[in-house]
Design a protein around this ligand. Structure first.
Ligand code: SF4
Ligand code: SF4
Length: 137
């Protein structure tokens, strides 16, 4: 029964998408927690890195697409350098962000940013924000 459940998860469209986009072996995570222990944003996340990995393994990816954590990861690479299984956790977060954006789940709306903020924000920051937080559709 457990084996069948696991096969169903691995063959599900969302799991395959996360695996392919991230190019990481998600099922090899053994929940040691080293990624979370080194993550500078963990205390701000609703799902810390090892929880995020576990939810992927359990097939609960839709929950992650609605999470705050996927937008907070700064791709600092700390988790990947600590992982004994060589998993680049930030790539899994990036894959989840891509899928959320494809579903139209934007994190920000540029039209809602106050004009004073836009006037003062460096152009590079605005473009980087667009690329990370909005699908621009
Ligand atoms: S460090 Fe690697 S093996 Fe450990 S919980 Fe994080 S992703 Fe999983
Ligand atoms: S890359 Fe993301 S998840 Fe990994 S340690 Fe940095 S902020 Fe945390």
């Amino acid at each position: 029964m457990l084996l069948k459940l696991s096969k169903d998860i691995v063959n599900s469209e969302l799991f395959r998408s996360v695996s392919e986009i991230s190019a990481q072996k998600i099922m090899s995570c053994y929940q040691c927690g080293k990624c979370t222990a080194g993550c500078p944003l963990a205390d701000k996340m609703d799902y810390v890195p090892n929880e995020m990995m576990r939810l992927c393994m359990l097939g609960q990816i839709e929950d992650l697409l609605d999470s705050k954590a996927i937008w907070l990861c700064t791709s600092c690479f700390q988790c990947g350098t600590r992982c004994p299984k060589g998993i680049e956790v930030h790539r899994v977060f990036e894959a989840l962000r891509s899928l959320a954006l494809r579903e139209g789940k934007n994190y920000t709306d540029i039209e809602e940013l106050p004009k004073e903020v836009l006037d003062e924000m460096p152009q590079q920051a605005i473009i980087a924000g667009y690329r990370k937080f909005e699908s621009l559709e």
